[in-house]
Design a binder for this molecule. Structure first.
Ligand SMILES: CCC[C@H](O)CC(=O)SCCNC(=O)CCNC(=O)[C@H](O)C(C)(C)COP(=O)([O-])OP(=O)([O-])OC[C@H]1O[C@@H](n2cnc3c(N)ncnc32)[C@H](O)[C@@H]1OP(=O)([O-])[O-]
Length: 729
């Protein structure tokens, strides 16, 4: 019965069952309540209300989607047209019963509109929620006042402050919707509307209710405040959401609405809301990948994947196997030795058990995982992910074998985090099918996937990897081939500066505190302890910076053409590898311990180290810690853009938000730079470079200098700027 309506933005009007007006929100692709739709809705709703033959009204959305909320793009401009608050008030005050028929989704303003209706009928597959907080906002069309009046305060607070989207059956349990159907929600809503004609509506108007409260509401709200403060990592929207919900408890509905508006205006003009909304669109933009050859997501098709293989069942290989199986792709998991195979199998099966139990999936996942030592089995797979140690000769050896064992059109992926994709591809007979798939640990949990193309990688291989990312519910970002690609190449400078700061007088606790106050869940030294210092140590060895393969020519504190901090190497040589050995930058109660405590040995060692090397200790303040750690990383981001390794600043930012826990409310490193102001970033880099001329990575990139010289254009125009100036840079 749901009709496909014309693609014009409008609130379409029709009559059903004689006396029911059906208003269809129509604004593809997700029926956002844009200015045009609000204007049209205002007129259409009045028409339905004024028509004496109409006895009840049903509101639905075109193409099986009720409404995706306010149009986020409009937040950046001047507000015009009828306000959503007033429209929803009209709906609630209507003397005729109004029923929302929710299919697809009712999010943000869409759910607020539904809450203004007297009844809500939802399709069982529909989702509802208030995601505003994830955009740095709060539900500001009465949602923060109506929801707590409808359901328990605990649930309302949880949904509004986290932005969690819930299924229709859960919404029914909580009392947000009145009925759920697995048939056509619109048909049901029309029948329902006919049945309630003439019934009293007062009790259905949520604005007339009071918020039901738990007995000791004050301490409940205080506890909620403390918990939000602890978990919000500096984000202001969750706290504003709490304040709005609090107003629903202590104020009248109208006063609450006023408070909601006040808080909304404050949030809207905050940098955090801009950053989060930028991040929303940036995430979607990464799907629209392109390669320098002109190949894009639009003109390239992915290969179908029926079966995959994973080689190497260490931590990464195990996570990747689970991620593939969760995405419905059967996997042949390969190891070189029986012991490793058995160990990998045991862990993978228990991970799968947990995953499938958690999601209550009944799939026969056991049959989707096969374990073998026999590489010949790889003949039957469409894609292989190699996940062995970060060692070039080992990887080359494996790819050579793959090349002769796999079918001629199998996509060959490497999970390297730093190594040259082209060199790996060079040993195969199908270098066009070799592509990097850089997963982040734990691979079955972390959302990011860097998809790396070498100079010979075909668009089909990239499209297939990106398609696979989507199938695994990951955020894929296509990047070019260079040492460390985008994420690790930038991260290296962040870590490096942190070590330099220790040499110059800082302590790990201080550095970590500043980074955590900025919004990282963990400071760099805690992260290093958690992942194990030896990971970086091995990479340094592989790069010839330390160890038996060290390239001659450097000195103790100067290698590879610049300053070098051997602190991490020294700790590793002494066996201080982090949590797993009970000591690293911090001290732990035992090997495998999780709680970092003050490491007296390290503090003494740092003093001795400075003395031995004649390093003048200086006071390292908060600003210096933040600027020294973040600005060189950002500077490398500009190099990466300039070299076209990343196609846009959005790609870099999404890599950082999803792969490196960059606080989302700061948008990502490149957006953060634009917020701080490019001239400031440039000045500070110049300043630090002058003080530390032996750290070449502090020297500002030519792109940064050029952008500043051209008046620091907005981030959205950097792509065009780079294209235009690339030849001159
Ligand atoms: C006073 C106001 C108060 C109110 O409380 C505030 C709000 O409501 S705040 C809003 C609260 N609402 C939200 O936060 C909901 C945000 N939206 C979503 O979560 C998902 O888009 C949704 C689940 C709806 C569909 O998922 P899916 O099927 O995977 O599809 P997709 O994700 O790929 O999107 C398709 C295209 O639509 C675009 N677009 C989407 N929504 C919006 C929007 N609101 N605006 C603008 N554009 C939007 C999106 O950019 C993309 O464009 P493109 O050019 O094709 O790349």
């Amino acid at each position: 019965m749901t009709q496909t309506l014309a693609a014009a933005t409008m609130a379409a009007y029709r009559r059903a069952a004689g006396c029911i007006a059906v208003i269809t929100l129509t604004n593809p692709p997700v029926n956002t309540l844009s200015y045009l739709l609000r204007e049209s809705f205002y007129e259409t709703f009045r028409r339905a209300n004024a028509d004496a033959e109409v006895k009840a009204i049903v509101i639905c959305g075109a193409d099986g989607k009720f409404c995706g909320g306010a149009d986020i793009k409009e937040f950046a401009g001047k507000f015009s047209g009828p306000s959503l608050v007033a429209l929803i008030d009209d709906v609630e005050q209507s003397k005729k019963p109004v029923v929302a028929a929710i299919e697809g989704m009712a999010l943000g303003g869409g759910l607020e509109l539904a809450l203004g209706c007297h009844y809500r009928i939802a399709h069982t597959k529909a989702q509802v929620g208030f995601p505003e907080v994830t955009l740095g906002l709060l539900p500001a069309a009465g949602g923060s006042q109506r929801l707590p009046r409808l359901i328990t305060l605990t649930s309302a607070l949880e949904l509004i402050t986290t932005g969690r989207r819930i299924s229709a059956p859960e919404a029914l349990k909580l009392g947000i919707v009145d009925k759920v159907t697995d048939k056509n929600a619109l048909d049901m809503a029309i029948d329902f509307a006919r049945d309630i004609i003439g019934k009293p509506l007062e009790s259905r108007r949520l604005s007339l209710r009071t918020t039901p409260c738990p007995p000791d509401v004050e301490s409940f709200l205080d506890e909620a405040l403390a918990s939000i403060r602890k978990h919000s990592r500096g984000a202001i929207a969750p706290l504003a959401c709490l304040q709005a919900v609090r107003a629903s408890v202590y104020s009248t509905f109208d006063e609450g609405l006023k408070k909601e508006q006040e808080l909304f205006k404050m949030l809207l003009t905050s940098g955090q809301a801009r950053a989060l909304q930028y991040s929303f669109f940036a995430q979607r933009a990464t799907k629209k990948w392109s390669m320098p050859s002109g190949a894009t997501w639009k003109n390239t098709s992915a290969r179908p994947l029926r079966k995959a293989a994973v080689i190497g069942l260490g931590t990464m290989g195990r996570g990747i196997t689970v991620a593939l199986i969760k995405a419905g792709i059967p996997v042949i998991a390969v190891e070189m030795g029986l012991k490793q195979l058995e160990a990998g199998k045991t862990v993978i099966m228990s991970m799968l058990e947990k995953e499938f139990k958690k999601k209550q999936l009944t799939k026969a996942y056991r049959e989707m995982a096969a374990f073998t030592l026999d590489l010949a089995k790889l003949q039957e797979v469409d894609l292989v992910v190699e996940a062995v140690f970060e060692n070039m000769s080992l990887k080359k050896q494996i790819f050579q074998q793959l090349s002769s064992l796999c079918s001629a059109d199998a996509i060959l992926c490497t999970n390297t985090s730093t190594l040259d994709i082209d060199e790996i591809a060079s040993v195969t007979t199908t270098p066009h099918l070799v592509v990097g798939m850089h997963f982040f640990a734990p691979a079955h949990v972390m959302k990011l996937l860097e998809v790396i193309y070498g100079p010979r990688t075909s668009p089909t291989a990239v499209a297939t990897a990106m398609q696979l990312a989507q199938q695994m519910e990951k955020v894929g970002v296509v990047v070019g081939n260079c040492n460390g690609f985008v994420g690790n190449r930038m991260f290296k400078l962040y870590a490096e500066q942190a070590y330099f700061l220790l040499e110059e007088g800082a302590i790990p606790e201080q550095v970590d505190q500043v980074l955590e106050d900025f919004g990282f869940p963990m400071g760099i030294f805690k992260v290093s302890d958690l992942s194990g210092l030896d990971i970086e140590w091995k990479i340094r060895q592989e790069q010839g910076l330390t160890g038996p393969k060290q390239i001659p020519g450097g000195s103790f504190r100067h290698r590879a053409g610049g300053r070098y901090s051997p602190l991490l190497d020294i700790l590793c040589e002494r066996g201080y590898l982090g949590q797993k050995t009970g000591q690293g930058w911090y001290l732990y109660e035992k090997p495998g311990g999780r709680v970092p405590t003050f490491n007296l040995w390290l503090h003494k060692f740092l003093e001795e180290y400075r003395e031995l090397h004649g390093i003048q200790k200086h006071y390292v303040g908060q600003d210096e810690i933040l600027e020294r750690c973040l600005y060189p990383l950002i500077n490398m981001g500009f190099h990466i853009l300039e070299e076209r390794i990343a196609a846009s600043p959005e790609d870099i930012d999404i890599i950082y938000v999803f792969g490196y826990s960059w606080p989302r409310h700061w948008g990502g490193p490149m957006f953060y730079a634009s917020m701080v102001g490019l001239p400031r970033v440039l000045d500070k880099l110049n300043y630090y470079h002058e003080i530390h001329p032996d750290i070449p990575t502090l020297e500002p990139s030519s792109l940064l200098k050029k952008l500043v010289a051209n008046g620091s254009p907005p981030i959205g125009t950097w792509g065009a700027f780079i294209k235009e100036h690339n030849s001159k840079l």
